[in-house]
Write a protein that binds this ligand. Structure first.
Ligand SMILES: *Cc1c(COP(=O)(O)O)cnc(C)c1O
Length: 364
């Protein structure tokens, strides 16, 4: 067997931008989240595990004891089924009519969010399903009146085994937001209608709201991948991704010369430009033009000019040791997803989930 030190480097392998994923960090984060929850935790692997490669990380989580996995789409669930033969896989966005046979054939658990979806599942023969109640998001889920109607008409649930009643918090990353207590109270009222059902409440940040927000199954996503579930406080999680891309060319330019489309940046001194093989087609936000930096060996390379489709340019004048073929770090140690999110005017979730399919994934 080759050891990891014998693996070809990304450059040797001819790879462009690469996301290196530390699977052990994701597993450690999952264990830590379950420990803090004081009750089981699922793993939310939607959007290809927030960009980290769902099918690559899922088996490690299953071996660590994770039994329930959430994705958003049926297609994501079917892909996971191929690597998770025995786990419970649930689809947050729920089924439509034509999809029902696939759910049943692959043993996928639908998350039912409306009376219409419940009727589809019941009429197809029922069985295990999760029921999503809306307690304030006003996005997906049974409303309070619809839940009361279900309680009054048990025939609506004929043959349907509700394995979990779940709801989703709107502002769990802000502990002081009154929405948290309000949703917890609404959820308590709904579960009182069906005392035998198990429940699922907290997402990543919800786990950190304390014992009042514990349930039979937490549903962390972001924190598994090292996104800080406690913004404004030290990150208790281990980041799991490092994004690097190769320096394709180094060039020296004179003061007054511009870089990139529309000449949005001009050199004020003799400047060395590093042209790096990543662009907005890889999910590297175009809005980062003239904003933020990459790292090489602890040195900062300011991003200069526009981000183009396949290339991004950096000022490498003050960086020693950088050569054509070197790989710069765009995200990872020293550049958190949260930092890039700040530069790009978005959140860390979007930064990670936008990293596109053209970026290679390497897991260790
Ligand atoms: C995405 C999602 C989660 C995971 O949320 P994180 O904030 O990433 O932990 C949990 N539940 C539902 C319903 C979701 O859509």
């Amino acid at each position: 067997m080759r050891t990891s030190s014998e693996r070809p480097t990304h450059a040797e392998a001819g790879l462009g931008a690469v996301l290196d994923v530390d699977t052990a960090a994701i597993v450690a984060n999952w264990r830590e989240l379950a420990r803090r929850h004081g009750a089981p935790a699922a793993a939310v692997l939607k959007a290809d595990a927030y960009g980290h490669g769902a099918c690559a990380v899922a088996p490690s989580l299953a071996r660590a004891g994770c039994e329930t996995f959430f994705v958003a789409h049926l297609g994501e669930a079917l892909a996971l089924r191929a690597v998770l033969p025995a786990a419970r896989i649930a689809v947050l966005n729920g089924p439509n009519g034509p999809q029902i046979p696939s759910y049943r054939a692959a043993g996928i658990v639908p998350v039912l969010s409306s009376p219409g979806q419940l009727a589809l599942w019941r009429e197809a023969g029922g069985g295990a399903a999760f029921l999503h109640a809306d307690t304030g998001m006003n996005r997906l889920g049974f409303g309070e009146a619809e839940m009361a109607h279900l309680a009054a008409e048990p025939a609506l649930l004929a043959r349907v085994e509700v394995a979990l009643l779940m709801t989703h918090l709107v502002a769990s990353e802000e502990p002081a937001d009154p929405a948290n207590a309000l949703q917890r109270e609404r959820f308590a009222r709904l579960r009182a209608l069906f005392p035998a059902w198990k429940t699922s409440l907290a997402n990543s940040s919800g786990i950190f709201l304390g014992a009042d927000f514990a349930s039979d199954l937490a549903r962390p996503g972001a924190a598994l991948y090292g996104i800080n579930p406690t913004p404004g406080h030290a990150n208790p999680m281990r980041p799991a991704a490092t994004l690097t891309a190769p320096v394709l060319q180094l060039r020296e330019i004179r003061p007054g010369e511009s870089v990139g489309y529309n000449a949005t940046w001009r050199a004020e001194r003799p400047t060395r430009i590093a042209t790096v093989g990543i662009g907005y087609a890889d999910g590297w936000p175009r809005v980062l033009g003239n904003t933020g930096h990459a790292l090489f060996d602890g040195h900062v390379l300011p991003l200069v000019g526009r981000v183009s489709m396949d290339l991004t340019t950096y000022d490498a004048t003050d960086v020693r040791g950088l050569a054509e073929g070197s790989r710069v770090t765009l995200l990872g140690e020293g550049v958190a997803a949260e930092t890039i999110a700040l530069w790009a005017g978005t959140n860390a979730y979007e930064v990670l989930t936008r990293i596109g399919p053209r970026v290679g994934r390497c897991h260790r």
